[in-house]
Design a binder for this molecule. Structure first.
Ligand code: EPZ
Length: 423
């Protein structure tokens, strides 16, 4: 079993270029199947979720090659539209292949994406959107069988929740629908703007991403394109929270500061000196963070749910009281019990968690989901003593080199391989 050993209490310092965005590159890799040729994607992070997506592309018949952070996908050899259960199980966000495969080859078959550590992860909005465009979607024995049918055509469709994945699936499917599709109630995340940029470079006529109304004029074949993925704002938020926990002064490059306004605002209110200019973020913390008003997670541009756990970890080793309200997922406080093992004072009641900051001590803690595991690393950086964080495999889904990046900022963190059966 792989763990991180972290000796906390040392302030961080230095500069870091943040990895490409996981939640942008995944739909962009799926979108590559829309072109009958080779697309080139730069700033593609080396993550297990990305590797799983590349495996799906290969199984669909695409030729895939990786050279550093550049990935080449030749979808001219695409010959299948079925995603095997095992790969679907590895990563529920593979559901975004539905829209891409419907658009490219008029059909798709994949197993129902299961729930995940964050609780139930329904896809009803995805299926409603695809059906609204004319797709025939059958659910049989845990499998989704989708056919474009004869009636696929652009239409107006409305999302009752600004779901990121459902918005991406609708945009991709609409690329294969002749006529105008208007998606009302679309998610506004920057990753959707990045998907739009890639599709436009492929000749797609997509506009409005970043707003709640996205329009797609679909029906024509797209051509391959070259694209550079935006920086990962959630990785950046994690590093900012790490400085909040451990103190110090750090500069992050490669992420547009406008993508993290809500996070920067909370950190400023908590006493950090935060500056954001273009693609450079800097943070200085000379004292522990102090409690702020309520932090409510919400769709973009609200406070991002993916930053909730790392911020909670930083607030746990600060001073004062902060109330968190997790509005996006039902089970996104799994890190609370582990933070409590480090001495954190966090009272949870349903969607509400009240954090009262205090000095934390080292402990052996176990991560059980991507952002919750990263939060335990953040807390360990602010705790006195040597902590051990397990669940590294969750972290590798979304962080290219969390330990390497933090070491570059002066953290004392090492990856250790423990003998099998060690608890
Ligand atoms: C994306 O997940 C991100 N993942 C998540 O990041 C992120 O937390 C989430 O958006 C919210 O910002 C990727 O982009 C790969 P949603 P997604 O559909 O698309 C409900 C991380 O840590 N819903 O916007 O699955 C859903 O249950 C991950 O990097 C329905 O009810 O999220 C949730 O409560 C975790 N029906 C809310 O909408 C649906 O059909 C928002 O989910 C779809 C969603």
């Amino acid at each position: 079993m792989c763990v991180y050993e972290i000796t906390g209490g040392r302030p961080l310092a230095g500069q870091l270029t943040v990895q490409g965005a996981k939640n942008s590159v995944l739909p962009i890799l799926a979108a590559a199947v829309l072109a009958d040729g080779e697309s080139v994607i730069h700033n593609c992070p080396n993550l297990s979720d990305v590797s799983a997506t590349l495996d799906i592309l290969r199984l669909l018949g695409c030729r895939v090659a990786r050279e550093g952070d550049t990935v080449r996908i030749d979808a001219s050899t695409l010959g299948d539209s079925r995603i095997p259960d095992q790969l679907m199980g590895e990563m529920r966000s593979s559901v975004v292949f539905l829209g891409a495969l419907l658009a490219r080859c008029g059909g798709a078959e994949l197993s129902y994406p299961g729930g995940c550590e964050l609780g139930p992860r329904p896809i009803d909005l995805h299926l409603t959107a695809l059906r609204a465009l004319g797709a025939e979607v059958r659910e049989e024995g845990g499998h989704l069988l989708c056919r474009s049918g004869r009636g696929m055509a652009g239409r107006e469709l409305c999302l009752s929740i600004p779901s990121v994945g459902a918005t991406e699936n609708a945009i991709l499917a609409a690329c294969g629908c002749p006529g105008l599709t208007t998606i009302v109630g679309a998610a506004r995340e920057p990753e959707i703007e990045d998907l739009q940029a890639f599709l436009r470079s492929m000749g797609g006529q997509v506009e409005g991403a970043g707003t709640s109304v996205v329009r797609v004029l679909g029906g024509k074949r797209l051509h391959p394109a070259e694209h550079t993925v935006i920086g990962d704002r959630m990785a950046a938020a994690t590093y900012l929270c790490a400085v909040g926990a451990a103190g110090g002064c750090v500069c992050l490059k490669g992420v547009e500061s406008g993508c993290l306004t809500a996070v920067l605002s909370v950190l400023k209110e908590a006493g950090a000196d935060v500056q954001g200019e273009g693609d450079t973020l800097s943070i200085a913390c000379a004292a522990p963070l102090c409690g702020v008003r309520t932090v409510r997670t919400a769709p973009h541009p609200g406070f991002p749910t993916d930053a909730q756990a790392p911020l909670m970890a930083a607030m746990s080793c600060g001073t004062g009281t902060t109330m968190f309200v997790e509005n996006m997922f039902l089970n996104r406080y799994r890190h609370v019990g582990e933070l409590a093992r480090m001495g954190a004072d966090i009272q949870v009641d349903g969607r509400v968690a009240v954090v009262t900051g205090r000095p934390l001590h080292a402990a052996q803690v176990r991560g059980t989901d991507l952002r919750g595991s990263a939060a335990l690393v953040v807390a360990a950086l602010g705790a006195q003593g040597k902590s051990q964080v397990s669940g590294v495999r969750h972290i590798l889904r979304g962080y290219q080199s969390l330990d390497g990046d933090l070491r570059a900022l002066g953290a004392q963190i090492e990856k250790k391989e423990l003998p099998a059966g060690t608890h």
